[in-house]
Design a protein around this ligand. Structure first.
Ligand code: ADP
Ligand code: MG
Length: 308
């Protein structure tokens, strides 16, 4: 199978939302009038983001999921994706499983693959660029949190990090390998949330980005942070490390005016998704003040950094 047969067989699909999809030098798309384009790219590298021999279907899912999560954090509706694949070989079973995982998630969220690049390389590397649309004026920025805002977190934290330490815990492994991007939540938070970020590097570090960009501090109560059920049978120090410092959960952390509490709670019920109020934004140097039981201060862990 040559490069072009590979692309045609595994990655060329009709793209109704594009003027030109896979097959020409560029994809050609026309954004809807009045909408702004949100663009993001994320790369997964073998040995760094996943182990050699990782299951191909899950990789196809996750590589797209992490990009959809970025779109969700800015309230954008997914539209188009580009896929850059560096493969050690043209393994058809791998390609079928990978593209199966990719397209299953893509179809659920209405994002279409419109182009990419395919090369041979000893190290499996998957780069995806995702483009979405959002109406002007309702995007959530990292920099738009204000003193007095509530701090909210979706779903549960720490499951993915637990799977790195304890791969035998099935529900944690599911969180790590097949994260569910909070696309619908992101879109529904337009006009309700002020600032938002997706939790990819750890709750403390990611909320820290909001604080830095917004020039505010936050007070968060550890006991109010939603934690993955699978963590319950592990000791408190493991729980704390996973909940505060664990990456890869792809939940949304957002801030909103306390006047919007009823709307956030209604949204939680409607989506069947837990949304937890965990603290508040305050005036002050960009720092996270974290308190545990009895008001004792907890040291804030650093997030993941590729170059540290
Ligand atoms: P060019 O040489 O002009 O960059 P390529 O030969 O690399 O084009 O790719 C041919 C077509 O296939 C292009 O439309 C490109 O976007 C698409 N393509 C290549 N690899 C992928 C992939 N992994 N997934 C989706 N589309 C791809
Ligand atoms: Mg060309």
């Amino acid at each position: 199978m040559n490069e072009f047969e590979l692309i045609r067989k595994y990655f060329e699909r009709p793209a109704k939302g594009a003027l030109v999809g896979v097959g020409d030098d560029c994809a050609l798309v026309r954004p809807n009038a009045g909408l702004e384009l949100a663009m993001t790219t994320d790369t997964l590298v073998e040995g760094r983001h996943f182990a050699a021999g990782a299951e191909a279907r899950s990789l196809g899912h996750k590589a797209l999921a992490v990009n959809l999560s970025d779109l969700a954090a800015m309230g954008a509706a997914p539209r188009w994706a580009l896929l850059s694949l560096a493969l050690p070989s043209a393994d058809e079973a791998w390609l079928a499983a990978f593209s199966g995982g990719f397209f299953a998630l893509a179809e659920r969220h209405g994002i279409e693959l419109v182009g990419g690049d395919t090369v041979r390389s000893p190290l499996l590397t998957i780069g995806i660029t995702a483009i979405g649309e959002v109406p002007a004026g309702v995007t959530m920025y990292r920099g738009s949190a204000r003193p007095g805002d509530d701090v909210w977190v979706s779903g549960e934290l720490g499951g993915a990090a637990l799977a790195l330490k304890h791969p035998e815990v099935a529900e944690a492994a599911e969180r790590l390998h097949r994260p569910e991007p909070r696309v619908e939540l992101g879109e529904r938070l337009r006009g309700i949330a002020r600032a938002a970020i997706d939790v990819s590097d750890g709750f403390a570090a990611d909320l820290g980005h909001i604080l830095q960009r917004s020039g505010v501090c936050a007070v968060v109560y550890y006991e109010q942070l939603p934690r993955a059920a699978a963590l319950a049978r592990f000791e408190a120090s493991v729980q704390q490390a996973c909940v505060l410092g664990g990456g890869d959960d792809y939940e949304l952390c957002f801030t909103a005016d306390p006047e919007r509490r009823k709307e956030v709670e209604a949204l939680s019920r409607e989506l069947g998704l837990r949304l937890s109020l965990v603290g508040s934004i305050q005036k002050g140097e960009p720092r996270l003040h974290l308190y545990g039981e009895g008001g004792r201060a907890i040291e804030v862990p650093a997030g993941f950094d590729h170059f540290r």
